[in-house]
Design a protein around this ligand. Structure first.
Ligand SMILES: Cc1cc2nc3c(=O)[nH]c(=O)nc-3n(C[C@H](O)[C@H](O)[C@H](O)COP(=O)(O)OP(=O)(O)OC[C@H]3O[C@@H](n4cnc5c(N)ncnc54)[C@H](O)[C@@H]3O)c2cc1C
Length: 455
C-alpha cells in the first residue's frame, strides 16, 4: 500500500472547518445552564435545553465540532462499546440496560437526522463485529450469545451470508445503526443549534469552574458566565479542571486514514454487498468502512495515551501508525494492496476505567458525562439529551439511570499507561501471527517478549 503522499490533517478528513465562526465570549453573562464543550454531547444538551425553554450558554474552545465528533469513523453502533465478554463478566447485571441504551441511542440519532433533515450520507446498513480468524469467530459467537441474552438484535454469519469482504471469516451484524459522514452530521447539528435562542460562544476556552454565592462561575480568558447549572461535556479534555472527579477517564488519541478513490469494479469484487462498517475482534480494534466517494476509511489498531493537560487539540497523526494501518489493510484486502492512503487524521477520546459510558453529578449543580469509549457517535447525543431533561425535570430516564454514578469516585484505570497499551497491542499482534505461518508466530512471540521487557 502506498503511504508516501499522505496528507496529515490536524482536523478531520470528512469536512472543512465552518466559515461562520461564532464570536468569543467577552464580559459577563448570566444564564440558567452553561454547557462546556461543543461536540455532539454538549450541543445535544444545549439543544434540548433550548427546546425546553431554558436560557442556555454554550462555550466551545475552538468551534462546535472541532473534537472527535467530526473526526470519527462514522459508524453508528447499535451495541455497547468495549470488550463485551469482559463487561459481561464484570457487570453482567448491567448488560440488558447497556444494550437498551445502545439501541435507543442509535435510534435517537437516526430520528434526529430525519427530524432536522441533516445531509450526512446516513445509511442504515448496520455494522458488523468482523472476525479475521477462526479464533476471532469463536469470540464473535460468544459475544453474540451475550448480546442476545441481554435483549440485543444481532445476526451471526459467514462473510458471504453477511455481505462483508471475503478477507474476513464472518461476523456478527448489529441490526440497528449504520454509517454516515460524521463531519457533516456534527456540522449539521451545529447549524440546528445556531438556529435556537441559545447563546453559543466559540473560540472560548474555559479555564476555571468554581462555586460562588450559590451559583457556578465559569471563567474564560475574556469573560465569565454565572449559571445555576453547569454541564461538563468536554470528552477527553475533562481532566483540565480541579472540579472534575479524579480518574473520571483517560485521554487516548486514535487515528483514521482514507484511501484514494478506488475503481468501483474492484470494490464490487470484494463481496462487500451489505456496505456495513466493520470492527475486528482484536483487543484494540481495527475498523473499516466504505464511503460514497468510493474510498475506504479505516483506523485505530494502536492507542496513544495523553499524559498531561492541556492535550494538544491539533495533534499531527503519527506516521508510524499510518504505516502500520497500511500493513493491516494489505492483509485484510490483499486485492487492494496497490491502493494509496490519501489522508490521515485523529482525535482524542475518553476511556473510563470500566469501559462503560457514565454520567453523574457533582453536588446539585454540576453534571458530567463520558458517553464515549469509542462509541460516542450514538451515545453522546442521546446521553446529552437525557442530561438536559434531568436538569429540567429532576427525573432520570431509565437509560440515564443505567450509566448513572451515585458518587463521583472512580478507580485508577488499569493497563491504560503506555506500557500497558503496548502490551495489549503486542498480544493482538501475537494472535495475528498465530493465524499466519509458524515463522510469524515465532516473530509474534518475540514482539510480546520484547514489549514485556520494556514494560
Ligand atoms: C478517530 C476516531 C474514530 C471514532 N470512531 C467512532 C465510530 O465509528 N463510532 C462511534 O460511535 N464513535 C467513534 N468515535 C468516538 C466518538 O467520536 C466520540 O465518542 C464522540 O464524538 C464524543 O463526542 P463529545 O461531544 O463527547 O466529544 P468531542 O467531540 O471531543 O467534543 C468535546 C469538545 O469540547 C471542547 N473543549 C475541550 N476543552 C474545552 C474547554 N476547556 N473549554 C471549552 N471547550 C472545550 C473541544 O474543543 C471539543 O469540541 C471515534 C473517535 C475518534 C477520535
Amino acid at each position: 500500500m502506498k503511504t508516501d503522499n499522505v496528507t496529515y490533517c490536524t482536523f478531520s478528513g470528512w469536512v472543512d472547518p465552518p466559515r461562520d465562526l461564532q464570536p468569543a465570549l467577552t464580559g459577563e453573562q448570566d444564564c440558567q445552564v452553561v454547557v462546556i464543550g461543543g461536540g455532539i454531547n454538549g450541543m445535544s444538551t444545549a439543544l434540548r435545553l433550548a427546546e425546553r425553554g431554558q436560557d442556555v450558554v454554550l462555550l466551545e474552545a475552538e468551534f462546535c465540532g472541532h473534537g472527535s465528533s467530526s473526526r470519527n469513523a462514522g459508524q453508528l453502533a447499535g451495541a455497547p462499546g468495549g470488550d463485551l465478554q469482559l463487561l459481561n463478566l464484570l457487570s453482567r447485571k448491567k448488560m440488558p440496560g447497556m444494550m437498551r441504551l445502545a439501541e435507543h441511542a442509535a435510534r435517537h440519532v437516526e430520528e434526529f437526522i430525519a427530524k432536522h433533515d441533516i445531509d450526512c450520507e446516513y445509511e442504515a446498513t448496520g455494522n458488523a463485529f468482523a472476525a479475521v480468524s477462526r479464533g476471532q469467530m469463536g469470540r464473535v459467537r460468544r459475544v453474540a450469545k451475550i448480546v442476545t441474552r441481554a435483549g440485543g438484535h444481532v445476526q451471526v454469519g459467514t462473510s458471504a451470508e453477511l455481505g462483508i469482504p471475503r478477507g474476513f471469516v464472518g461476523g456478527m451484524r448489529e441490526v440497528i445503526g449504520g454509517r454516515m459522514n460524521p463531519g457533516k452530521f456534527t456540522l449539521g447539528m451545529r447549524r440546528v443549534l445556531l438556529g435556537t435562542p441559545s447563546r453559543v460562544f466559540e473560540q472560548t476556552k474555559v479555564t476555571g469552574v468554581r462555586r460562588e454565592a450559590g451559583q457556578v462561575v465559569v471563567t474564560t480568558p475574556q469573560g465569565t458566565v454565572r449559571a445555576d447549572h453547569v454541564v461538563l461535556a468536554t470528552n477527553a479534555f475533562a481532566g483540565e479542571w480541579d472540579i472534575t472527579p479524579k480518574h473520571l477517564s483517560v485521554p487516548i488519541y486514535v487515528m483514521e486514514v482514507e484511501t484514494e478513490p478506488i475503481d468501483p469494479a474492484r470494490i464490487a469484487a470484494l463481496g462487500w454487498t451489505s456496505g456495513m462498517g466493520l470492527v475486528t475482534q482484536h483487543a484494540i480494534m481495527e475498523n473499516y468502512r466504505l464511503t460514497p466517494r468510493n474510498t475506504i476509511v479505516f483506523g485505530v489498531r494502536r492507542l496513544e495515551r495523553g499524559t498531561s493537560y492541556p492535550l494538544p487539540a491539533e495533534k499531527v497523526p503519527d506516521r508510524g501508525i499510518v504505516e502500520e494501518l497500511a500493513r493491516a489493510f494489505e492483509t485484510r484486502f490483499p486485492s487492494l494492496a496497490d491502493v494509496a492512503i490519501e489522508r490521515a487524521w485523529g482525535g482524542w477520546i475518553a476511556i473510563t476505567s470500566s469501559w462503560l459510558p457514565l454520567a453523574g453529578q457533582i453536588g446539585d449543580d454540576i453534571h458530567y458525562s463520558i458517553a464515549c469509549n469509542g462509541h460516542g457517535l450514538a451515545q453522546a447525543p442521546y446521553v446529552g439529551t437525557m442530561i438536559a431533561d434531568h436538569i429540567v425535570d429532576g427525573v432520570r430516564h431509565a437509560d440515564l439511570q443505567t450509566l448513572w454514578q451515585a458518587k463521583p469516585k472512580f478507580p485508577r484505570p488499569m493497563m491504560m499507561g503506555r506500557p500497558g497499551l503496548r502490551t495489549i497491542w503486542a498480544i493482538d499482534r501475537f494472535n495475528d501471527s498465530i493465524n499466519g505461518s509458524r515463522r510469524n508466530a515465532r516473530r509474534g512471540a518475540a514482539v510480546v517478549q520484547e514489549t514485556l521487557q520494556h514494560a
